[in-house]
Design a binder for this molecule. Structure first.
Ligand SMILES: *Cc1c(COP(=O)(O)O)cnc(C)c1O
Length: 403
């Protein structure tokens, strides 16, 4: 154990358990630890480092903005903030004037803003999904079903009903004319990547419409190009005859929350209200000191621009499919799920912790989402060479882990 790990344990609150590594440097999809070991980062800071580490476009945008204007309070605005709000509205498909954005510093805060928006409907009931994850602050936690996360902090804000994810009939049975919102992740990342079954999001839209409820999609993990579309609600993307097209699971949400990949490693989140939902919060209803800070907004603009310029949506679609196919080829993998570069797989045995360690020894950082499940959320710029190296190492990693 390095001295930094000991010092961490003595000085940083023990909310995450002991840190596995002390990382000192990153470049592209690679990181180095304090002992000089190099890793291919297939977790990307949990779907955050969209452009990998040290991308020149991000470095330049943050540096220039910090030199120009680093922070203003929300008594004022700045050019990057307005530009980013307009870009996000374009990317969700409604354009400037088709909705409104509230900026935050994290995913959980984006969900807090959205939770407060639901209260402004005059209703309080929210229907959310089992095996969901929406964050750790008290409001977001109230919407997260996992008992181990919730129990120590009860009572949480109430009037939340949980239904099995993917079951449209259960959703229909739970939503009433008193329901303010249905909250779903198009793909459940924290659970080890559960993909909404075909037709589920459309059913949720229809059920919401029938009862006058909002459809709120948490795309904190699945958004910003991770699935090969800007947002997962725009449809699972497929490449056919060289052309990329969205297919199933397209839907029109009222609220979309994003964070993780949005700033490419710079902390920023956003709560996007589409149509009338954008006007639910009014002066005095909500606020933030840092949210919408010009540096964070400049970072996000650079991420968006780079995804476009480097044609990363198509890259993510093609490479994601290749990785999923390669992983599924080993008989010790019973199922591979996901879209683009948000990938989850099930092992035949409860050996994900051993697979994580064996992968690390082989030079790859992965995540063990559950005892049987491995999750990958690499940088969107992951190269084909790095993907091939991982697929080539994969059977040996499973051998080494004794799967
Ligand atoms: C990570 C995550 C959050 C919480 O985001 P933080 O930035 O950690 O607060 C919320 N929802 C989903 C779907 C997430 O994956």
């Amino acid at each position: 154990m390095s001295s930094y790990q000991e010092r961490y344990t003595a000085s940083v609150m023990n909310t995450f358990g002991p840190p596995a590594l002390v990382l000192t440097r990153g470049e592209g999809a690679h990181v180095w630890d304090a002992d000089g070991n190099e890793y291919v980062d297939l977790l990307g800071g949990i779907a955050v480092n969209a452009l990998g580490h040290g991308h020149p476009a991000l470095v330049e945008a943050v540096t220039t903005q910090l030199q120009t204007l680093g922070h203003v309070s929300n008594f004022f605005t700045s050019e990057p903030q307005v530009e980013l709000a307009e870009r996000l509205l374009e990317l969700v498909g409604v354009g400037a004037g088709g909705g409104k954005v509230f900026f935050t510093n994290s995913g959980t805060e984006a969900n807090e803003a959205a939770f407060k928006m639901t209260r402004r409907t005059g209703r309080t009931h929210v229907v959310a999904a089992e095996t969901s994850f929406h964050g750790r602050t008290m409001g977001a936690l109230a919407l997260t079903s996992k008992e181990a996360y919730r129990a120590p902090f009860e009572p949480l804000p109430g009037d939340v009903t949980f239904v099995p994810y993917g079951d449209a009939d259960a959703l229909a049975a739970a939503v009433t004319d008193q329901t303010a919102a249905i909250l779903l992740e198009p793909l459940q990342g924290e659970a080890g990547v559960n993909v909404a079954p075909e037709g589920y999001l459309a059913a949720a839209r229809a059920i919401a419409d029938q009862h006058g409820a909002l459809l709120w999609l948490d795309e904190v993990q699945s958004g910003m190009g991770r699935t090969g579309q800007w947002f997962a609600f725009q449809g699972n993307s497929v490449v056919e005859e060289g052309a990329q097209r969205p297919s199933r699971n397209q839907v029109r949400p009222d609220i979309v929350t994003v964070a993780k990949g949005l700033g490419g490693g710079f902390p920023i989140g956003a709560c996007i209200g589409i149509g009338a939902a954008g006007d639910l919060l009014q002066p005095g209803n909500h606020g933030t000191t840092f949210g919408g800070n010009p540096v964070a907004c400049a970072a996000a603009l650079a991420v968006i621009r780079t995804i476009e310029e480097e044609n990363l949506l198509e890259h993510v679609t093609v490479l994601g499919q290749k990785i999923r196919d390669g992983l599924a080829a080993d008989p010790r993998v019973t199922e591979v799920r996901g879209e683009g570069l948000l990938i989850g797989l099930d092992l035949v045995s409860e050996s994900s912790a051993d697979v994580l360690l064996a992968a690390r020894r082989a030079g790859f950082i992965v995540n063990n989402a559950t005892p049987k499940r491995i999750r990958l959320a690499p940088p969107l710029i992951l190269s084909e060479d790095d993907a091939n190296a991982f697929l080539a190492a994969w059977p040996g990693i499973l051998d080494e882990a004794g799967v």
